[in-house]
Design a protein around this ligand. Structure first.
Ligand SMILES: Cc1cc2nc3c(=O)[nH]c(=O)nc-3n(C[C@H](O)[C@H](O)[C@H](O)COP(=O)(O)OP(=O)(O)OC[C@H]3O[C@@H](n4cnc5c(N)ncnc54)[C@H](O)[C@@H]3O)c2cc1C
Ligand SMILES: NC(=O)c1ccc[n+]([C@@H]2O[C@H](COP(=O)([O-])OP(=O)(O)OC[C@H]3O[C@@H](n4cnc5c(N)ncnc54)[C@H](OP(=O)(O)O)[C@@H]3O)[C@@H](O)[C@H]2O)c1
Ligand SMILES: *[C@@H]1O[C@H](CO)[C@@H](O)[C@H](O)[C@H]1NC(C)=O
Ligand SMILES: *[C@@H]1O[C@H](CO)[C@@H](O)[C@H](O)[C@H]1NC(C)=O
Ligand SMILES: *[C@@H]1O[C@H](CO)[C@@H](O)[C@H](O)[C@H]1NC(C)=O
Ligand SMILES: *[C@@H]1O[C@H](CO)[C@@H](O)[C@H](O)[C@H]1NC(C)=O
Length: 507
């Protein structure tokens, strides 16, 4: 498939070149062909035009399912959060793990946000999604008519057999009002709005200790700030930007702390934190929260360019921020700063447009079937927006798998799980993870996600014929033939094969 992308030279960049060849192979083998005719299979409503929305739409359309995408923002917001953060953001993980569609081809290891947004737009054009996207249309309400078809807002938008919500986890920048903020003489910026801000020779205080705080630190280095003080009220693990380390951690199939978790924790303290070992969280295991991925932080802390201060934020003063250090005898201390960056995160977009039947305790998100299907509605998949934290979320494969599971449920009622069995799966996962200090679905590892998928497909023999389709997106024609044969068999024995797309017949 033709696509704008520079081929790296095999002489100057042999590894990137190899990576490029592998991507071309994946594209040839796995990208469904963009449609050129009528799409006659069930219709899917897709909410949100970020990476997840665009790539799941491309998967649907590539397999002959029609879609309408609804995006709250204008067309320049195509690409979701990546279109809104300023130029200072880039991928933390290697782009090889962030191929959000098999036809995406990266030509660098850590692409910046412009490259990411370009790739999303290319994908959107390639799969003819322009004519299927409604911008400036926020979805307020999603409900079913008496035949079980989904209606988005009102019937003027048509009827849909399935719904994919892809509204992401990062909405508006969070700017908490802290006491004394008005007294502070210097400028205060949110971490997503740092592009072009003058920082040369300045002392910068960063409130917050997450991934955005680490990015603010990188911005400060590029902009020539003289000193950065990171004010963090809670601890997160930092792991090196090293693919092997990432992969090893994501191989913990249990998705929780185990009797062996002290080993990676001790190794990180010994080999990565070293003299800064007291920065590592003391009372929080590594398999409980998303770690930050960065190798340069430690060097910046050692050189004195930056200081990491574990503290409670008391209030702003005219010259900086008053904090109370943690650990020590709790003395107040004024941190002077010429500018303050609020790396305090983003508000979470709400799924409240879905019907109340999706939120029945104890099966409210993220405690859903495979984390994305509300137990009463297998025709709804909320991909990548019920997510809390994880290690090794690889950005391509799982969006495709979740989309194709939904497509399988839509066309083949025998594979569609009933609410009873969806709830039993959730109960089972909670039981397996009952000793985890955080909720069963609040943290997972990539291998655990793979185990969820394998279990789902292996558990119901009617899903076996779909395995290649679900995992790799190939072989749709074969299952389609098998489904027709099954339909015939069902009608002969009197099972209504074409029941409401939401009524699960399977397990
Ligand atoms: C600064 C920053 C850096 C990041 N870096 C990385 C990284 O390095 N690696 C990584 O793996 N992840 C990273 N992430 C995580 C990021 O969330 C994901 O990588 C990914 O971009 C999420 O895409 P998405 O499509 O699921 O959501 P989003 O990009 O948030 O898109 C959701 C879209 O839905 C729309 N929407 C929301 N509600 C409605 C509604 N009711 N009706 C209609 N439309 C609606 C929004 O307008 C938005 O366009 C980063 C996040 C941030 C904020
Ligand atoms: N390149 C990247 O990969 C990248 C870059 C940026 C962001 N992201 C992603 O984007 C998401 C958001 O990351 P983020 O770093 O912006 O947000 P975050 O992870 O939510 O971190 C926010 C930080 O601010 C602190 N904070 C919030 N409110 C505060 C207050 N009122 N007073 C003092 N401290 C306060 C939080 O402390 P508590 O923990 O105590 O609440 C936390 O340390 C994450 O999923 C992250 O992975 C990724
Ligand atoms: C980036 O920063 C500029 C200047 O501060 C601001 O006007 C703009 O809205 C920001 N966002 C994007 C996506 O450019
Ligand atoms: C839903 O209705 C609101 C107003 O009630 C409107 O702003 C929005 O664009 C509508 N969305 C869709 C998808 O029709
Ligand atoms: C951000 O990137 C865009 C695209 O490359 C560029 O045109 C713009 O000037 C950059 N903005 C800043 C403030 O660097
Ligand atoms: C899903 O969301 C999480 C957190 O927002 C992110 O780390 C991950 O990369 C996302 N995956 C994709 C395909 O966008």
């Amino acid at each position: 498939m033709a696509q704008k992308s520079r081929r790296p030279s095999p002489f100057t960049h042999p590894i990137l070149f190899l990576f490029y060849l592998l991507q071309s192979l994946a594209d040839r083998l796995l990208s469904p062909v963009p449609p050129n005719g009528r799409l006659h299979r069930p219709k899917v409503a897709i909410i949100g035009a970020g990476i997840t929305g665009v790539s799941s739409a491309a998967h649907c359309v590539g397999h002959g399912f029609d879609v309408v995408m609804f995006e709250a923002g204008p067309e320049k917001n195509l690409g979701g959060i990546w279109s809104r953060v300023n130029n200072t953001s880039s991928l933390q993980i290697h782009s090889m793990m962030y191929r959000f569609h098999p036809s995406v081809k990266w030509d660098e290891a850590y692409p910046n946000r412009q490259r990411i947004v370009e790739q999303v737009r290319d994908l959107w054009e390639r799969y003819g999604l322009r004519s299927k996207t409604k911008f400036n249309t926020r979805v307020d309400k999603v409900y079913q008519d008496d035949r079980g078809r989904w209606i988005v807002n009102n019937t003027a938008n048509g009827h849909f057999e399935g719904v994919i919500a892809a509204i992401g986890t990062c909405g508006e920048p969070k700017m908490p009002q802290l006491p004394g903020m008005a007294d502070y003489k210097g400028p205060v910026y949110h971490s997503s709005d740092l592009t072009g801000k003058p920082a040369k020779g300045k002392t910068m205080a960063v409130i917050g200790g997450g991934a955005s705080a680490v990015e603010a630190l990188e911005f400060a280095a590029r902009a020539g700030a003289s000193k950065v003080k990171i004010l963090a009220r809670s601890d997160k693990w930092i792991i090196p930007r090293n693919a092997l380390c990432n992969v090893l951690l994501s191989l913990n199939v249990f998705g929780q702390e185990t009797a062996l978790s002290w080993i990676p924790e001790a190794l990180l303290r010994r080999l990565f934190y070293r003299d800064l070992a007291d920065l590592a969280p003391a009372d929080k295991g590594i398999f409980t929260d998303t770690p930050m991925v960065n190798s340069d932080v430690m060097a910046k802390l050692r050189s004195g360019e930056a200081e990491w201060i574990k503290c409670e934020i008391e209030r702003f003063t005219a010259k900086g921020v008053l904090v109370r250090r943690r650990g020590k005898d709790g003395k107040d201390e004024e941190i002077a700063a010429d500018m303050v960056v609020m790396a305090t995160g983003f508000a979470r977009p709400q799924l409240s447009f879905l019907p109340e039947t999706c939120f029945e305790a104890p099966y409210a998100p993220p405690n859903w079937y495979l984390q994305t299907f509300p137990p009463r509605h297998p025709s709804v998949s909320c991909i990548n927006c019920t997510y809390r934290s994880a290690i090794g979320t690889v950005g391509n494969w799982h969006v495709g798998i979740y989309t194709r599971l939904l497509l399988m449920f839509l066309v083949d009622p025998l594979t569609r799980p009933s609410p009873f069995w969806m709830r039993r799966w959730i109960d089972m996962t909670r039981l397996l993870k009952r000793s985890s200090p955080v909720g069963a679905f609040d943290f997972f590892t990539y291998l655990e996600l793979v185990w969820w998928f394998v279990f789902c497909v292996a558990f119901n023999p009617f899903r076996w014929k779909w395995a290649l389709f679900v995992f790799l997106g190939i072989g749709y024609a074969l299952p389609a033939r098998v489904v027709e044969a099954e339909d015939k068999m069902c009608s002969e024995v009197g099972i209504n094969g074409h029941a409401d797309a939401d009524v699960g017949l399977g397990f």
